[in-house]
Design a binder for this molecule. Structure first.
Ligand code: GDG
Length: 501
């Protein structure tokens, strides 16, 4: 145990490092996720390149791994991953200063399609989000999901064996993994975070394998969700499984097993994002984007997400169309920046979404465009981080219109990027962020007319209320970071490796 006092809550990278030393000690720390933190690929010129995955979660987990020197188990999907790993599939990372190992798991293409695009993203994803997209339940997808979970369990067992270890599992790709690890690694403490909502009971029932999903997840020591609602829904469904009973607000017990199910709202690296948004790269991107899209003097509404039917991308376009229809004075004044990173393009529901977006966008621009330019500007590509931050700085309104969303990090990134206390966040009430962020301006994205009226109202300056609101939002996100998130999950561990539920 260290004598250094741990600040509560942990807020920064350095404070997390202190907590990690106390909570993990000498035990082996194993991270499990579908995506790997470093991907090797061969370029057309024949050289091998390594690319670090982007995103706050990978960054924060990477810093935990660097501090404890553990092993990260993930799917190796780079086309030079095999040749850069050893015979066991391991490679030391980060490449420039190796401090931990990446254990790659090899999946056949058909296996990956059925487990990832199939069960994870066509069954579990729509099942867990109220977006009225029907889940697809196929026996071959389910079997591949079970098979891949078993492969990952074997990979974890290969690195852990019967050692005392802490295994931290990410997401809905691995609902069956806890049981499979438990059977192979008797001294592992398993922590699992579910990054998407947990469905209401009547919806969960439509999944033919919901008992198996519940039983798999019940073998965790700690299971985290973004909000109390999701945790409570899980506890209600799980406490009905044979042998389990409630033993406190967030604890379930059965014979020798005990699980703690709690909300741990995820967040971002506030200081890092805020500093980058104030940097010269971002200044240059602001100027470039303003010129390229003719944004000077316009009222700019931003929608930025992975292109996904849960994010309310169609509803956002419909609200913009309604606004331009009912308020001619907004034509030529409003620019809606529709920035979306394509994802899951192999799935029919996503292909249909792209077609619907294109159709709507073409209609809006044909009807309401003019010599002053088009009202909808679409940027459908994975942008560099400096451009994402520049768009946040340029946007008068950031509209987060998710039909349901576990947390939504775009909302928090927008807040962190607004060092000027400017801009307004219009936040769907069906996001974890709406539950967490104090005083945020929330709305119902299903109500298109009211949505467009909210946008209209936000086009008028106010007398300082929005800057004051933004200041408070910034205060909250500054205090509750991605490091606090990991810290609070690790704080459930007792020094022995048992959890402190
Ligand atoms: C899941 C849950 C939960 C978007 N476009 C670009 C780009 N992005 C980045 C954003 C943000 C991230 O993608 C999206 O994060 P979200 O949280 O909004 O959404 P999901 O991907 O659905 O994540 C969600 C999250 O897990 C964490 O637990 O909050 O509820 O659904 O960071 O900035 N990044 C770049 N270019 C783009 O064009 N570089």
């Amino acid at each position: 145990m260290t004598a250094t006092p741990i600040p509560r809550p942990v807020r920064t990278h350095d404070e997390l490092a202190v907590l990690i030393r106390k909570q993990i000690g000498n035990r082996l720390f194993v991270s499990v996720s579908n995506r790997e933190p470093f991907v090797h690929s061969r370029s057309p010129d024949g050289t091998v390149q390594v690319r670090a995955a982007v995103g706050g979660l990978t960054l924060a987990l990477n810093s935990v791994m660097q501090a404890v020197g553990g092993i990260w188990v993930a799917h190796g999907d780079g086309n030079a991953d095999r040749e850069t790993a050893d015979a066991r599939g391991r490679v030391a990372v980060p490449p420039d200063a190796p401090s931990y190992e990446l254990q790659r798991v090899w999946l056949e293409q058909v296996e990956h399609e059925r487990y990832y695009s199939g069960f994870a993203n066509q069954a579990l994803w729509p099942l867990c989000h109220v977006a009225f997209t029907k889940p697809v339940f196929r026996q071959d997808h389910w079997e591949a999901y079970r098979g891949v979970n078993t492969k990952f369990a074997e990979a974890v067992a290969g690195v852990v064996g019967d050692r005392e270890a802490i295994v931290f599992v990410q997401d809905y790709h691995f609902a069956l993994l806890p049981t499979l690890i438990r059977q192979r690694c008797p001294r592992a403490t398993i922590l699992h975070f579910w990054h998407i909502p947990w469905p209401l009971p009547d919806i969960l029932r439509v999944c033919p394998w919901s008992p198996e999903l519940l039983d798999g997840l019940l073998d965790n020591d700690v299971l985290g969700f973004h909000t109390p609602d999701y945790a409570e829904r899980f506890l209600a469904a799980a406490s009905a499984r044979p042998g389990w009973r409630s033993a406190g607000q967030d604890i379930l017990e059965r014979k020798d097993s005990r699980i703690c199910v709690r909300p741990f709202p995820i967040s971002i690296d506030f200081d890092g994002i805020s500093a980058k948004a104030a940097g010269t790269d971002c200044d240059a991107a602001v100027d470039r984007l303003r010129k390229r899209y003719g944004l000077a003097g316009k009222f700019i509404v931003l929608g930025l997400d992975r292109i996904d039917y849960t994010k309310g991308v169609i509803e956002r376009l419909q609200a913009v169309e309604r606004l331009l229809e009912l308020h001619p004075e907004m034509r030529g004044r409003l620019v809606y920046l529709n920035a979306g990173a394509p994802s899951r393009n192999e799935i029919p529901a996503y292909q249909q979404l792209h077609r619907s977006m294109d159709e709507l966008e073409t209609r809006i621009n044909a009807t309401y465009g003019g010599s002053y330019g088009n009202p909808v500007v679409s940027i459908k590509e994975q942008l560099p981080e400096s451009d994402v931050l520049a768009l946040y700085r340029l946007a008068d309104v950031c509209a987060v219109s998710s039909l349901e969303d576990g947390m939504n990090l775009v909302a928090k990134e927008y807040i962190a990027a607004r060092n000027d206390n400017g801009g307004r966040l219009l936040l769907s009430e069906f996001t974890g962020a709406a539950w967490e962020l104090p005083g945020a301006e929330t709305f119902n994205p299903f109500a298109i007319d009211a949505f467009s009226e909210r946008l209209l109202a936000m086009s008028e300056p106010d007398s300082g209320q929005s800057a004051e609101r933004m200041r408070k939002l910034r205060q909250h996100v500054r205090e509750h970071t991605i490091y606090s998130w990991i810290g609070s999950i690790l704080e459930t561990l007792q020094p022995s490796g048992r959890t402190s539920g």
